[in-house]
Each structure stands twice: as C-alpha cells, then as structure tokens.
Design a protein around this ligand. Structure first.
Ligand code: ASP
Length: 438
C-alpha cells in the first residue's frame, strides 16, 4: 500500500502547530466564556433560567455545531479506512500464520500494558490516599448497567452481518471480517488479485480523504475545546484536586516513563523521537476524547511518521482503539481506591485482583468513545463489590480526565504498533529516525 499522498514533512509540522494553536485558543476562549456566560444548568437538564445569549449562540450554537460536524467527518472515514486498509494489509501479509502471529503479539502487548497501567495506578493510589478525609456526600447516585456475560462479549467479536457492524461502528467484528476477507483474497487467484488492485486504489483515495479532513482539524479542535472549557464546572475541581492530580500524574508516568522503557527494551527505538512524533495524535485524542474518532490520525502518524508498515498499522490501530485503554485503566485504578477510601472500605487483596482483571477484560469489548471509561468503572466496582454510587463523586470532573486519558490510550496503541512492527522487521528505521516531521 502507498503512504498517504501529498503530505510533505513540512505540511505535517505545520499541521501539528496549527492544531496546537487551535487548542490553545480554544482553551482561552472557553475559559473566558465560562467566566462571562456560563451554562445556567447542568448538561442534560432543562434550563431553569434562560442561558446568556453568548452561551446560547456561541457555546451551544456555533461551537457545538462546528465541533460535532468535525467529529462526524472523522467518524465517517473511520469505517471505510479500517475495512479497506485492513483487507489490503492482511492480503499483503499473504500468510495465515503471520496474521495469527502479529495478532497474538499485539493482543498480548495490549492486555499486558493495560494490566501494568492499572497496577501502577492502584499502587500509587494506595500510597497517596487521594480519598482520605474526603467528605462523603449522602446524595451521590449512579446506576450501573448490568454487566454483559463474558460469552456474549466473546460472541460479539464474530460478525453476523458486516453491514450492521459497520452501521453501528462495531470495530471488532469489522476487524474479524476484514482479516477473513483479506485472506480469502490471497487465496482466490486471479480474481483476488484484480479485486485487491481496486481496493488498493480505494485505499489511496480514503487516505486522501483523511488528508482533506485534517485540513479542517485546527478549526474543529478549536470548537471542541472551546465548548468543553466553556461548559466545564470548575467549582467541582477544588475538593477532588488530589484525585485529579493523581490520575494526571499516573498518566504522565505511564506515558513518559513506562512506554519509553518498553520501547527501548523491546524494540531498541529512541523514545524521544517517538514522543515527539506522537504530538499530533495526542492533541487530537485530547480534543476529541475518542480513540475511535482519532483512528484516521493515528493511522497516518503510525505509517507516515513512525515508519510502521501499513499492513501492521491497519491491524494494530483499530484494534488498539477498541481493546487497548491504558489511560482509562489508570483512571479506574485510582478511582476504585479513591471511592473505597471515601466510603471507608479496606480493600482486600482479592478485591484488588478483581479490579485489575475486570478492568483489563472490560476494555476488550468497549469502544474508544468519550466517557465510556466511567461505564466500565461502574462494572469494575460492581464486580469488586464496591459502592457503584461512588462514580457520582467523580462525574463532574471526568471530561478533562477523559481527554487526558484518551491521549495516553492512543500513545499506547502507537507504542505497541512500533514494537510489533519492529519484531516482524516491518518498521522503516529511516522514517522513524527522520527528524523534522514532528
Ligand atoms: N474516551 C476514551 C477513549 O476513547 C475512553 C474512556 O476512557 O472513556 O479512549
């Protein structure tokens, strides 16, 4: 498959800088709007008094519309991109054994890094005690959805109707279908070769589509961030500062210490180069709070800047967006300990193990979309027999943490893609080591 066309290194750098400017301006405008025209009501509730006209027209008008339209443009590319690039990628591997090996390595690394992330989070939280002395408010409430049975989660990976899966954005059945289709293509002789040539052309066109949408990124990011900061209730932060700070600290340790160590030891790659090239993906994930919506950017950076062959990227990027959520696991680890401490519950070793296992497994079937981590947290608490209502304590400040943890989630996907590609000799060192494209 070809690299995405017409993206010069210079254009890449300019884009990252422009997105950064969009984000900074968004924070500035959002905070100012929050001061002069805050929302008169909580999200989802009807307004008690009419909103300030600026809030009505700008925050909930122009910014909402521009942000949502941009998210839709990203989402509309995700499914064709994943389907076509993965069919081409699997066909390029040409052999079932290799597909299985790459899949196995990727999955094991995804699950292992998630387990490491949550263990780190729990250990730090037990040390720092973010919930000690927190006043327990009697009226917090949160209802957990019933946990799906494991057999259903596993069965849902197998596609029954690929169009339903595509229409509903279910990534895992799409991945399974694309792999089977790609393998069948390689076995079908001449017709397979003809269809593959067409799909490769389609792939080039879809990548061009990604490039076009990217041109709008600075504006989309500005609108999303401005609205988030304009509607965020900053008053909720003060009592939760220790929880908030600890989640951010653990996310930083995982992204800036654990990933670099893994990259260095497992793949002998320069972590600084990796982190510098990750900026664009991280900014995007931060702004959208969705690993899924970030897939087009993640894919482009993994192939064009990190030098991973597209056959590996086409597999690891969508799979990672669904299965690998290290940042989310970190929030869940800290939140579990925090909630237990607030309720004065001593966590047993068995409960801690349940938390690690459920959080790691729960990440498999859940899509990378905003706030899904909270729903998973409710499941985790339920499994460990802890009060689910505790989720209500941290709801108010979760959006900003969601943005930060999504940035870590996608960083983990890219790190694993590099490690797997390197182990398969499918990483172009020249591209990875190239300067000036970050
Ligand atoms: N927003 C996260 C993601 O898309 C998931 C979460 O933690 O809520 O990766």
């Amino acid at each position: 498959m070809t690299q995405s066309p017409a993206i010069s290194p210079h254009a890449g750098r300019t884009l990252t800088v422009r997105i950064l400017i969009g984000m900074s301006l968004g924070i500035l405008v959002g905070v100012v709007l929050n001061l002069i025209a805050p929302a008169s009501h909580a999200p989802g509730e009807p307004p008690a008094v009419p909103d300030h006209w600026l809030h009505h027209w700008l925050t909930d008008g122009v910014f909402w519309l521009a942000g949502q339209a941009f998210l839709r443009l990203l989402q509309v590319i995700v499914i064709p991109l994943v389907l076509i690039s993965l069919i081409c990628g699997t066909a390029a591997m040409e052999d079932v054994v290799k597909v299985g090996r790459v899949g196995g390595k990727t999955l094991v690394l995804y699950l292992a890094t998630t387990a490491m992330a949550i263990t780190l989070a729990i250990s730090l939280a037990l040390l720092v005690k973010p919930g000690a002395g927190f006043p327990l408010v009697a009226d917090v409430a949160f209802e957990a959805a019933p946990a799906p049975a494991l057999r259903e989660v596993l069965l849902d990976i197998v596609p029954a109707n690929v169009f339903t899966a595509m229409a509903q954005g279910q990534m895992l059945p799409i991945i399974v279908f694309a792999i089977f289709f790609g393998l069948a293509l390689t076995m079908a002789g001449e017709p397979g070769r003809r269809l593959l040539a067409v799909l490769q052309d389609a792939n080039a066109v879809v990548l061009k589509l990604v490039w076009i949408v990217m041109l709008l990124a600075p504006y989309g990011v500005f609108a999303l961030i401005a609205r988030t900061f304009a509607t965020q209730g900053f008053g909720a932060f003060a009592p939760l500062m220790r929880y908030f700070g600890l989640v951010l600290l653990t996310l930083a340790i995982h992204a800036l210490v654990v990933y670099p160590l893994l990259l260095k030891t497992l793949a002998k790659l320069d972590p600084r180069r990796f982190l510098a090239k990750m900026r664009e993906v991280q900014l995007f994930a931060f702004s959208t709070a969705s690993s899924n919506a970030t897939i087009p950017v993640t894919f482009r950076v993994v192939v064009d800047k990190l030098g991973v062959k597209s056959s590996i990227a086409a597999f690891s990027v969508p799979l990672g967006a669904t299965v690998n959520m290290d940042g989310t696991a970190i929030m869940q680890g800290v939140a579990t300990v925090f909630i237990a401490q607030v309720y004065g519950i001593e966590l047993s070793a068995g409960q801690l193990l349940t938390v690690v296992l459920t959080a790691t497994l729960a990440s498999i079937g859940t899509a990378g979309v905003p706030a899904v981590g909270l729903i998973m947290l409710a499941l985790v608490l339920q499994q460990a027999a802890l009060p689910v209502a505790g989720v209500g304590l941290i709801l108010g400040i979760d959006r900003i943490l969601d943005m930060a943890r999504t940035a870590v989630n996608v960083t983990g996907d890219c790190m694993v893609a590099c490690v797997v590609a390197r182990s398969e000799n499918e990483l172009d060192r020249e591209v990875f080591d190239a300067r000036g494209v970050d």
